[in-house]
Write a protein of this length. Structure first.
Length: 168
């Protein structure tokens, strides 16, 4: 189980690192560009919200950290009341990285097999981890494409996270 935890951490962590790099490298003009839908900042927020929620397991009792709310769960697609700044996204990303670290270090066979339901979707917590990682990578790729289109530059590929599973 220890090797499995390390593998999940290195790969899921790499996806989070790629998202972080896309946030860090984004010029303010692209971050604040309200002409594209979805907006760059919103894609970063959307990704982090769902990382946070999926790592929590069931929706019941979930509450993201301030200043974020539950707007993302509104089926009508309501947007947050304001644009979130890069520093807020980086703080949220740090929160999610710590939550991932906690989730992985606490994994055991029972947790991996626990069935989690989100609306019509139902899967084991293990599958939800992989699903979550794919969601992060999908949007990190989307953000990198937007950066490439707007600035002719994008962050490098991250093959494994450099962060330690044990918090130092």
């Amino acid at each position: 189980m220890i090797e499995t935890k390390t593998i999940i951490w290195k790969q899921f962590g790499a996806s989070i690192d790629m998202l972080e790099n896309a946030i860090l490298i984004c010029p303010d003009a692209v971050w604040r560009d309200g002409t594209r839908r979805p907006e760059y900042w919103y894609l970063a927020y959307h990704t982090l919200f769902w990382v946070d929620l999926y790592l929590s397991g069931p929706i019941d009792g979930f509450q993201p950290p301030a200043p974020f709310g539950l707007d993302e769960l509104d089926p009508s697609g309501v947007m947050p009341s304001r644009m979130y700044e890069k520093n807020e996204m980086l703080d949220y990303l740090s929160h999610c990285r710590d939550k991932l670290r906690h989730a992985i270090t606490g994994l055991d066979e029972a947790r991996l097999r626990e069935v989690i339901r989100h609306g019509r979707r139902s899967m084991s917590y293990e599958e939800l981890l992989w699903y979550n990682m794919r969601h992060v990578q999908h949007h990190a790729g989307q953000l990198n494409l937007l950066l490439r289109q707007k600035t002719d530059s994008a962050p490098e590929w991250v093959s494994r996270t450099a962060h330690s599973l044990e918090k130092t």
